[in-house]
Design a protein around this ligand. Structure first.
Ligand code: FAD
Length: 288
């Protein structure tokens, strides 16, 4: 099933994101996480792809395959391209085909200063075109409500996004954000620029201060004063910051749903407890 077709339902699509465990750790931990997440009945679950430049890393395909075959949930396999040759990407696509995985989130990947890019794919749109040539896949892409960190402006980033969608992307998932105003502004500009595919809002609940600082450094999301005040007030209590983070995420989602958002993509950070708390709080809102 194509992810884009889920958006024909008369309610916002609700999906979850997980990441494979570290290569040094046991793979089974992810299945304990999925055992808990499956009860949340997400429309799909996406699995991130390591940007390490190791085409032999098969864990994303393996986990996505199990999401489909063991849990009966639609998987979305992330795939980055900047560190791969065409031949390596072809091998990864073969592996996804073998597992009957049809939906791919096509990404450039972050450029790691220690790993020179292979130059066969400069942008995600190159990967989109390549995957389309290989046939048999539905392609999703990433978008950035505050503009991608490499882009000179949001307008320039949206021009590139339009080209990526025109290359064959049928669904977008946004980078995390903590101020919904950025998402609404982005959505308005995207629609004005003729980007008409469904756009899901990516929401990341705060679990602890270190996690959020790391994420914000990586993606440059703005922190509204309401958010920073919350962090300052509760940073010394792991339980309080988690509770406040859950409440903040739920508040963001209620506002997004009230504004008619296409869907919510929850960055679970492999934390089923937090995902469940949020899912329980918003179920009645999503299905209203
Ligand atoms: P692109 O769409 O290629 O955009 C990257 C930059 O290039 C932008 O500034 C854009 O404006 C610019 N650009 C695009 N096309 C052109 C062009 N033709 N000419 C000039 N400039 C251009 N990373 C991982 O390593 N693994 C993951 O699993 C992963 N999952 C993600 C999931 C989501 C929902 C999101 C939002 C991000 C994810 N990332 C992941 C991070 C992502 O790889 C980085 O943000 C990366 O820096 C950009 O990837 P992209 O696919 O958006 O790139």
């Amino acid at each position: 099933m194509q992810i884009a077709s889920l958006f024909q339902k008369n309610r916002p699509v609700f999906s979850l994101e997980i990441f494979p465990p570290k290569r040094t750790g046991p793979i089974d931990t992810i299945y304990k996480t999925l055992d808990s997440l499956k009860d949340l009945e997400p429309d799909f679950i996406s699995v991130t792809y390591g940007a390490g430049g190791n085409a032999a890393d098969t864990s994303t395909a393996d986990i996505a395959g199990n999401i489909l075959h063991r849990y009966g949930i639609l998987p979305l396999a992330h795939l980055t391209c900047v560190n791969y040759s065409r031949h390596e990407v072809e091998q990864i696509l073969e592996r996804l085909k073998e597992k009957n995985i049809k939906n791919i989130l096509a990404l450039r990947g972050d450029i790691n200063p220690d790993i020179p890019p292979k130059k066969e794919f400069s942008h995600a749109s190159d990967l989109v075109k390549f995957i389309r040539e290989k046939g048999d896949f539905y392609i999703s892409g990433a978008c950035y409500p505050e503009g991608h960190v490499d882009a000179k402006s949001l307008d320039e980033d949206i021009e590139h996004l339009k080209a990526k969608v025109d290359a064959g992307v049928s669904h977008l998932i946004s980078q995390l954000f903590f101020d919904n105003a950025y998402f609404y502004n982005f959505l308005e500009k995207a629609r004005k620029n003729g980007i008409n595919v469904p756009i899901q809002a990516g929401i990341m609940p705060v679990i602890n201060k270190a996690q959020i600082e790391r994420m914000v450094t990586l993606c440059g999301a703005s922190l509204p004063s309401k958010f920073t005040k919350m962090m300052q007030r509760f940073e010394h209590s792991p339980e309080a910051i988690r509770e406040a983070g859950i409440a903040y995420a739920v508040d963001q989602i209620v506002d997004l749903v009230a504004h008619g958002v296409d869907g919510i993509h929850l960055y679970t950070m492999n934390n089923p407890y937090v995902a469940r708390r949020i899912s329980d709080s918003i179920k009645g809102i999503l299905y209203a």
